[in-house]
Design a protein around this ligand. Structure first.
Ligand code: PLP
Length: 442
């Protein structure tokens, strides 16, 4: 038995798929069995595996400067170049960028920057953050409290009240129509709930609402049309900032540059990780508007040092990996190609519409999910996540890696470089796995 404590794993389960090597969209286990990586690892390997150009950029940076930091008085050119590049890409005015190494730490950075900023402009009471039911924003203490999935919260006793976290409805319409509610009524109800929460709490005490444009780990939920327009109207009305978590949806994943473009959201703050470096090196970014940064700079004469930073904030190798990733995205028109591949994937997945287990096919671009249900006519749900777990294993048996999320939804998030024939391969393998799963449920 290994000394490893595995992350986000059931410690009672002994079976492990040991991945040894990878190339393109395929990974290989210790028996040399090939799998199509339908999840881009953990929603992150946008450019697939073994990209020689990326490997060269990383090794060159290692030779040139394997480490330097950005604390008090130090800088380095890959960090500056990446911050400027990212700032020019995002739909945030005069954007400023703070680097970390994971989505969780970038969200924690935002949590702290919001406090620092509102203290700096003399509004210290503006400190509460609204998150949504079923949201996933990471697992550190603050980002874990912003996450609403019980598995990440329960048993950890996170100081959710002390952190001033508020929760509002998940925008998943699925099965509401069976209770006689139209999609518009559903949106109006949950937006009214949001407004009631804000008024109940006092808008002057609420700093921001965190939003994943299309959710990943919580089941690939695409909110109904009109939801974000109404949510934004409410948030603007009460002067509450819109904090968009693009850790999964950033960089071509949903058919556009960012998830907020796809969903029509105008962000104030943005969080990036994962595809920022195509997972060739850990790096994340918390992006804020220039006016927030200006207020923090002004405060520097009173506060002195802004005491937040990680040893590996803006690690030069991570910055070099991200710069090269963004260059390849642009040069190879990866977002446009991924959008086109997404249309093809959706079309192929629609073939499952009559499959007895498939209750909903949802997603955008190359971020998709099938929700498995016991009775599709009634859109009922299985009592536990065993069917999703079985389907995930069955896919693996057939050489396809997927992920069961939110119980029994099967997520697909293949590398952005996937071809049509590889999408066909996903569909063939998924068909066999779903048929096996149907037998399992009977
Ligand atoms: N935010 C979202 C939307 C995520 O999906 C994740 C991870 O999956 C995170 C934040 C946390 O990122 P990390 O696992 O790099 O800490």
């Amino acid at each position: 038995m290994s000394a490893m404590i595995y992350p986000t794993s059931n410690f009672a389960e002994q079976d492990k798929l040991c991945i040894e090597r990878a190339k393109g969209v395929y990974v290989y286990d210790s028996n040399n069995k090939q799998y199509l990586e339908g999840m881009s690892g953990l929603w992150c390997t946008a450019l697939g595996y073994g990209n020689e150009e990326l490997i060269a950029a990383i090794t060159n940076q290692l030779h040139r400067l394997s480490f330097s930091h950005l604390f008090g008085g130090k800088s380095h050119s890959p960090g500056v170049a990446l911050a400027d590049k990212l700032a020019a890409m995002v739909p945030i005015e005069d954007a400023r960028v703070f680097f970390g190494t994971s989505g969780s730490d970038a969200n924690d950075t935002h949590y702290k920057i919001l406090r620092y900023y509102f203290n700096a402009i003399n509004k210290p009471q503006k400190r509460k953050i609204i998150t949504r039911e079923r949201a996933y924003h990471g697992v550190t203490v603050a980002s874990g409290a912003l996450t609403s999935l019980p598995v990440n919260n329960r048993h950890f006793d996170l100081p959710i009240d002390a952190l001033n976290i508020l929760r509002t409805d998940s925008p998943h319409y699925f099965s509401s129509h069976l209770q006689g509610e139209s999609e518009t009524q559903f949106v109006d109800r949950i937006v009214a709930n949001l407004e009631s929460l804000i008024l109940h709490e006092n808008p002057d005490t609420i700093a921001a609402m965190i939003i994943e444009p299309i959710t990943g780990a919580s089941g690939v939920i695409v909110p109904p049309d009109g939801y974000y327009k109404k949510v934004q109207t409410i948030l603007r009305k009460y002067d509450i900032l819109i904090w968009v978590d693009e850790v999964i949806t950033g960089f071509g994943r949903t058919g556009n540059d960012f998830g907020c473009t796809t969903m029509g959201i105008k962000p104030d703050l943005m969080t990036f990780a994962k595809q920022l470096s195509s997972a060739y090196y850990p790096i994340s970014a918390a992006v804020i508007p220039g006016y927030m940064h200006d207020a923090m700079v002004e405060q520097s004469s009173a506060n002195g040092v802004f005491g937040h930073g990680y040893t590996y904030s803006g690690h030069p190798v991570g910055c070099a990996a991200a710069l090269k990733t963004l260059e390849i995205f642009e040069r190879e028109h990866i977002f446009e190609k991924a959008a086109e591949a997404g249309v093809y994937l959706r079309k192929q997945l629609e073939k499952f519409v009559d499959h007895p287990l498939v209750g909903e096919i949802r997603g955008k671009g190359l971020l998709m999910a099938l929700e498995l249900v016991p009775n599709k006519l009634k859109n009922t749900r299985f009592a536990d996540g065993k069917v999703g777990a079985f389907a995930q294993r069955a896919c693996q048996e057939h050489g396809l890696i997927v992920r069961a999320v939110a119980g029994n939804s099967i997520a697909l998030c293949p590398p952005l470089i996937i071809s049509h024939s590889q999408i066909d391969e996903i569909i063939q393998k998924l068909t066999k796995a779903l048929d096996d799963t149907l037998i399992y449920t009977q």
